[in-house]
Design a protein around this ligand. Structure first.
Ligand code: COI
Length: 395
């Protein structure tokens, strides 16, 4: 059949640093693909509905070389972080928002999408199954009767049951608070074959996980951005406003060039005037001038970031004025502070922006607004600060 088949793999060896006592060297964890043991997958029926999915051992996936996603880029990604609270509980940040955004993206890319419930269920299952490192037992740990495990996954106490997937001596995959997160990547793809341009006859939804630390190699050092005027990221009527897989390939050339020149990342400008800020490769951009925080509006070419939206709410709550409007590069150069937001990136201070050969510098450090906003957000995400807005789901 043309259905994608999963090729099962042997449990992999630890591919990132492990201390002698079995704990991970979390400090060295960056943002790379570290495979964990299980993934979740779900197929779409011809009626456009996704049927109940299931966990399988993590491994390569197989489908036709004619798959729509491979040939014509019919695919949407998401990204969410699971954090470990100091009492060991796992916290998921605004998964409903990610599910909704995938739904919007799927509509734009002419794909059916999982329901909000199915999306959140898949993300939770993926997090629970991968709490621990190297679960070599499959289907389930010998010490855990299958039936109790299944029951466990449906209860509110799923963490306790989920943790029995592997022996308790197995190191955790979810970094301790402050050291990183378990990043979950949901992927929705046109998996069925096409040749003439058209939507795929089959769709798949997958979620898989990787422990992550800092997105940037430089860690928390403020970013140096390069304003890119040649290559554009998105244009009116395109797909810049959704998390299409096709948004990322076209910016690699500019990104690699900027990195070779020593910059941390690229700041894209609008395709028409080449003058107004859009976003950075994997994050939204903000400026601060006095008491006013500004960020470009999400009117089609800019990704509506969940972190962006959360920071806007936090800033309003702290008494800042927040404006969503066009910001010219010239205006940015006169800002007091500049920062980026994203799920993967977090809230990252920008130390400098280079525009047409001139380097503009901004305030960074402990006493910045960026720092205050970032630590408020991280406080909520890691359970240190009360979650008044009900952004957190305990799993
Ligand atoms: C995220 O921030 O989660 C993203 O998906 C950005 C990504 C392209 C790394």
């Amino acid at each position: 059949s043309s259905n994608p088949a999963f090729a099962l793999q042997q449990p992999r060896k630890a591919s990132y640093n492990e201390h002698e006592n079995g704990e991970m060297e979390w400090e060295k964890l960056g943002f790379g693909p570290v495979s964990t043991d299980f993934m979740y997958s779900m197929k779409c029926c011809e009626d456009g509905n996704f049927v109940q999915g299931n966990l399988t051992r993590y491994g390569n996936i197989e489908f036709s070389p004619f798959a729509a996603v491979l040939n014509y880029g019919q695919g949407i990604i998401e990204g969410l972080k699971v954090n470990r609270k100091d009492d060991g509980r796992l916290l998921l940040f605004r998964p409903d928002q990610h599910a909704l955004r995938m739904k919007m993206g799927a509509q734009r890319m002419c794909m059916p999408s999982p329901s909000i419930h199915q999306f959140i269920h898949a993300v939770k299952q993926t997090a629970l199954a991968n709490i621990r490192w190297n679960n070599s037992e499959w289907p389930y740990s010998q010490t855990t009767p299958r039936s109790s495990l299944k029951r466990g996954l449906r209860t509110k106490n799923a963490v306790r049951d989920g943790a029995t997937y592997a022996p308790p001596s197995t190191p955790l995959n979810v970094p301790p608070p402050g050291k990183g997160s378990l990043y979950i990547r949901p992927l929705l793809i046109g998996s069925g074959p096409v040749l003439g341009v058209g939507p795929a006859p089959e769709f798949m939804f997958l979620t898989y996980a990787s422990p992550v630390g800092n997105y940037f190699k430089q860690g928390k050092t403020p970013l140096s951005l390069y304003v890119e005027e040649e290559e554009v990221r998105a244009f009116s009527g395109g797909v810049g406003g959704v998390k299409s897989v096709s948004n990322y390939g076209p910016v690699l050339k500019a990104l690699v060039r900027a990195k070779r020149l020593g910059f941390s990342d690229v700041l894209y400008v609008d395709s028409v005037n080449k003058k107004y800020l859009e976003e950075v490769s994997a994050s939204n951009i903000f400026t601060l001038k006095g008491n006013v925080i500004s960020t470009p509006p999400t009117s089609g070419t800019i990704l509506p970031g969940i972190t962006r939206k959360s920071i806007i709410e936090i800033a309003l709550g702290l008494g800042f004025q927040v404006e969503e409007r066009s910001i010219s590069v010239h205006e940015l150069t006169e800002a007091d502070e500049v920062f980026c937001t994203g799920t993967a990136v977090g809230v990252a201070a920008v130390g400098s922006v280079t525009y047409r050969g001139t380097r503009f510098e901004f305030k960074v450090g402990e006493t910045t607004v960026c720092q205050a906003l970032g630590s408020t957000l991280v406080g909520i995400q890691t359970g240190l600060t009360e979650d008044k807005k009900e952004w957190i789901i305990n799993i």
